[in-house]
Design a protein around this ligand. Structure first.
Ligand code: HEM
Length: 369
């Protein structure tokens, strides 16, 4: 007998697929609620499996968002870690795509089958998923932007022991806020340096003059289109070029990013081919995807709910279809400003040229000429 302070040594069980992954415990989580009566409860099996699978993926996405936030919060930011940031953001996008696909599997259930067990799950509802709320909050949905659910705060619908996690996720710096701070620090925005915004403003003027000049010589067929183009461009740029005008957009909640952060995002987009901005540009593109897939899920879930229960109230007590329809809104578009960047793009010929020093900074290994 091996000596272990006089006690017999306890032998760890050999690691197997079953015990490493805790399969028995995992599979025991599926407990059908609907008493058996003939064939009709069959689909409850899929219904529960589907929700449990969602919760596992929610946990994975929260894990990835936390790690992305940790990396981006570091000061100074280690640029070599941007590859990991992009890789993990990609993973979130792929999981969100997968979750969209899960809905199609659930849609193989006929609404009539759902009705055979729906009574047994009331008043439970996906609305009470604490992990879904934690994920939304960590990415950056603002509490004020949420559609009111009955007369209660959404948090009060979740388990009391999970409510702190949901509220903490709002109080911590959200991914949106961290991205905003990161963009504000984009090298090249400094007024006593490259001063991107001043150069951009000058190029906008040139661009407007160019459209105007083309309008003046255009034939009758093309004139109205160019005039429309000119007026739209002038209006869009006027609202964004000066900080005071931009503050009005912020106050009206038409934009969320700070003025400086918007400048950073535009600069990264214009000079995306430069070595040091490539990963940053890809990250901005992926944030657009995260936003898009979160909202595609909302919409596809809404369509599924409509076909399953029509416009009747949900088991969680909301108006169901009408409540969910109200969440298909720009209020739930966390990175809306990144979509709107396309408003401010200029043709390449009007993009401010990089100075020798900026070019050398952004593409250190390239030929600055
Ligand atoms: C037959 C399938 C489903 C039906 C009929 C359904 C129905 C509903 C309804 C009516 C609501 C509004 C709240 C309420 O009054 O209950 C809701 C919310 C919600 N459901 Fe589903 N659901 C289904 C499947 C799922 C699945 C598979 C998930 C995945 C976790 C899910 C997650 C959610 C979430 C997160 C909300 C809150 C959305 C928000 O407030 O923005 N649901 N669902």
């Amino acid at each position: 007998m091996a000596a272990n302070n006089g006690k017999p040594e306890v032998k760890e069980p050999t690691l197997t697929y079953e015990n490493y992954l805790n399969i028995e415990k995992l599979l025991s989580c599926l407990q059908l609620r609907c008493p058996k009566f003939g064939k009709y409860e069959h689909d409850e099996h899929l219904f529960i499996t589907m929700h449990q699978a969602y919760e596992l993926w929610f946990r994975q996405m929260i894990f990835e968002v936390d790690s992305i936030r940790d990396i981006l919060r570091e000061r100074p930011l280690d640029e070599t870690k941007m590859l990991s940031v992009n890789n993990r953001t990609d993973r979130i996008i792929l999981i969100l795509k997968l979750l969209l696909g899960h809905l199609s599997v659930l849609e193989t259930m006929f609404p009539m089958s759902f009705f055979n067990f729906r009574d047994y799950l009331s008043p439970a509802s996906g609305f009470q998923s604490a992990q879904f709320r934690v994920f939304e909050n960590k990415v950056g949905i603002k509490p004020d932007d949420r559609i009111q659910y009955m007369k209660d705060e959404y948090v009060s619908q979740c388990n009391p022991d999970k409510q702190k996690d949901i509220l903490d996720a709002v109080d911590e710096e959200t991914l949106f806020q961290i991205v905003e701070r990161w963009l504000e620090q984009t090298h090249g925005l400094e007024e006593d340096g490259f001063n991107f915004w001043k150069r951009f403003g000058e190029k906008v003027e040139e661009r407007l003059k160019d459209i105007k000049a083309r309008e003046e010589v255009a034939d009758a067929d093309h004139k109205p289109g160019l005039k429309k183009d000119f007026d739209a461009c002038k209006d869009i740029f006027h609202k964004v070029l000066t900080e005071d005008e931009y503050k009005k957009l912020l106050a009206r909640k038409e934009v969320r990013l700070s003025h400086k952060a918007l400048q950073g995002a535009l600069m990264i987009s214009f000079y995306r081919n430069e070595t040091r901005l490539q990963q940053s540009f890809q990250f901005l593109t992926k944030l657009i995807d995260v936003d898009a897939y979160m909202n595609k899920w909302r919409y596809n879930h809404l369509l599924m709910v409509h076909r399953m229960i029509g416009a009747k109230p949900g088991t969680g007590g909301s108006s169901g279809y009408h409540y969910l329809k109200a969440t298909i809104s720009d209020k739930y578009r966390i990175f809306l400003d990144l979509f709107n960047l396309a408003n401010y793009y200029l043709p390449q010929a009007f993009v401010p040229e990089l100075t020798y020093n900026m070019k050398a900074f952004l593409s250190p290994t390239g030929n600055p000429n």
